[in-house]
Write a protein that binds this ligand. Structure first.
Ligand SMILES: Cc1cc2nc3c(=O)[nH]c(=O)nc-3n(C[C@H](O)[C@H](O)[C@H](O)COP(=O)(O)O)c2cc1C
Length: 198
């Protein structure tokens, strides 16, 4: 079913966390969490550090923005457990996540790069402006309750992606607010990828 970015909750001035999927030169799918800036229902913006997604987007000029409400998908991307199932997009040369709730099929219409200096040194950032060609729901739009434990899982993913492994506070919230099954899943996922002590 067709929809649009506003109805999906994208807002001007906010950063919406999504999973961006692309193909590499061998047509292998890649999935990465990226913050999306909403410009209008037909235009989005991304700021991306040099990574595989940038390489793929410079090559194909197309990507899918997957709206996902499962924080574990974000964490799995960061821990390189990207054992996801993919589907073909309708209009673009990019895969889409089978588990996405909604998809925005996008084409790059402008991009530039600049150098950013901060306490970690100098890095190159790519600014991509995207045109939304298609926006549709993949599954029935049922509401999902807020859960602080899932937000903590998302924060853990952000910290790991920045090389920060001090997740004591987030783990406390996850333990208190996630179901026992999901907390166990979180610990197993982290333990199988990182040598962290609990
Ligand atoms: C919630 C979340 C949001 C993120 N947003 C961005 C972003 O906007 N730009 C960026 O460069 N990296 C972002 N990252 C980090 C990338 O997802 C991470 O560097 C990833 O490993 C890149 O994967 P790739 O090399 O396969 O493209 C984010 C990570 C998380 C967990």
């Amino acid at each position: 079913m067709r929809t649009n970015a506003v109805d999906l909750g994208f807002k001007r001035g906010a950063i919406s966390e999504c999973i961006v999927t692309t193909y590499n030169s061998r047509k292998e799918p890649n999935a990465a969490p990226i913050g999306i800036y909403f410009l209008s229902n037909s235009k989005l913006l991304m700021k991306i550090y040099e990574n595989k997604t940038v390489k793929n987007m410079l090559m194909n000029k197309e990507c899918a923005v997957n709206v996902v409400d499962d924080a574990f998908i974000f964490l799995k991307c960061i821990l390189n457990q990207r054992d996801f199932k993919y589907l073909k997009a309708k209009k673009i040369n990019a895969p889409i996540l089978k588990d996405a709730k909604a998809v925005l099929e996008c084409r790059v219409f402008d991009h530039k790069s600049y150098l950013k200096r901060d306490e970690y040194g100098e890095c190159k950032i790519y600014l991509f402006k995207l045109e939304v060609l298609e926006c549709y729901l993949l599954s029935k739009p049922l509401p999902k309750v807020l859960n602080r434990g899932e937000n903590a899982v998302l924060e853990i993913a952000v910290k790991f992606s920045r090389g920060n492994y001090d997740i004591k506070k987030e783990l406390e919230i996850a333990k208190r607010c996630l179901s026992h099954k999901d907390y166990k899943k979180l610990i197993e996922l982290i333990k199988s990828n990182l040598k962290l002590k609990f």
